[in-house]
Design a protein around this ligand. Sequence first.
Ligand SMILES: [Zn+2]
Length: 239
Amino acid sequence: MKKLFFFIGASLFMSAAFFAAVRVSSPAIPVGQAPARRTIGHTVILDAGHGGEDGGAVAFDGTEEKTVNLRIANDVSDFFVLFGVPFVQTRDRDTDLADRTLQTIRERKRSDILARYEMVNSAKNGLLLSIHQNMFEIEKYSGAQIFYSANDEQSLRLATILRKVIISHLQPENSREVKPSGDSIFLLYRAKRPSVLVECGFLSNRKELELLKMPGYDAAFGYYITKGMLQYFYQQGNV
Ligand SMILES: [Zn+2]
């Protein structure tokens, strides 16, 4: 909890700065009159990738992607509560959404993805934020990579804002651009709502793996994802 309190303190300060900056460009508000309160018109489906029997990618030291995804997603969830972002989590513990009655792992994995897809489509004005980690056979690659659904303009806009915030605060040397998803990412490829997938880092890079395992780094990552989401909502006129 200590790290959370640290980041809550830091985030309050930074959000105050953010909204102060916003205030500069807003019309003057007469003294004694509160500004009209607008609400965020989306429900974010906060998706920690994999879970349960599906561990996702596995680092050389045995660290499973599902665990890193969950830690970061749970931090994002704490910040969403703090900033009043409406959301639901696909999972907040080590589990999956698969139909247990199915016989094969392949069938269960498909039912798990379809259940997540259904959550996005059935939510009121749903928007998918999926958290994953990257893996590659060559160790040198590191840094966040953000994929977006090519099915609507908002997905690209959100991915671009998230990239900018994450890179400027955490990974200034990262030159990786946002990418439209191919058909290998079902949730984005078939998306009917704005959808992005954030690969926070490479489990195959030793340095980045250490960072991803470090207490506090996940909270920092969660904070900057939240900051990017708030900027997106603000630009949409939703805050
Ligand atoms: Zn993954």
